[in-house]
Design a protein around this ligand. Sequence first.
Ligand code: F3S
Length: 285
Amino acid sequence: MKEIITAESAGFCFGVERAVNKVYEEIEKGGEIYTYGEIIHNELVVGDLEKKGVRVLKSREDLAALEKGTVIIRSHGVPKDIYDILSSKPGIRLVDATCPFVSKIHDIVREQSEKGRDIIVIGDASHPEVEGIVSYATGNVKVIKDEEEAQNCEFERGREVCAVAQTTFNLSKFEKLVEILRKKSYSIYDVNTVCSATRTRQEEARSIASKADAMIVIGSRRSSNTGKLYDICRECCAKTYLIQTLDDLNLEEAKSFSCVGITAGASTPKFIIEEVQNYVRRAEF
Ligand code: F3S
């Protein structure tokens, strides 16, 4: 009998759920509705919203050309200048679905910067969340993502530095990178801003992957937190598969597994997780 362990923390986190619900609430109210960027990294959800008339603004230029309608900011948040563009347009109503955990990092970065500290954001510089965080620094700011970049990171001697993390960063890696910076004798004030939903999801994934013969991670390849989950599971379980939907699952190889673990990124709707779980349960091995 095959054992299937599905992570309790799999799927939408609080911030994503809140953002998606806000879009559906706005659809109920009617009018022209836009999201600045896709609301989550999930094609099925984005496709459903599109059918209901929600349009995606893909760039600053799209936003600059817009004169009226409701614009929803997704849970990742946006750079400060996007707020400025939005608030300069009288015909636009802004619905801010930035996750409160992300807004908290904006506040920390602004306050610490104003106190004269340099800022290090530990995360992926090209991720929209990090682009937003960086924009709140009023002085020096750098982004690093790995040990090599931490080793090469130089700040002026004697400067105090505040380090924060992208909410979905791997917690133990964040601690390791802060340690490297500390050894370089920077005066580091570090604030662990990896969000609790991410931490719980990562810890649970690690624990399940260390017991399972095979691990299925459900989520988009473009989703940062899904990528991190995949890496964590791979460290403990060599047979880790990243799939977006049931269609990507090839169970041929998995026939000999007696314990299969399942987890999912923060943008994965519950019904996809259930579909995969039911399929694995029914599958003839
Ligand atoms: Fe917010 Fe954490 Fe989700 S920062 S959007 S609750 S992953």
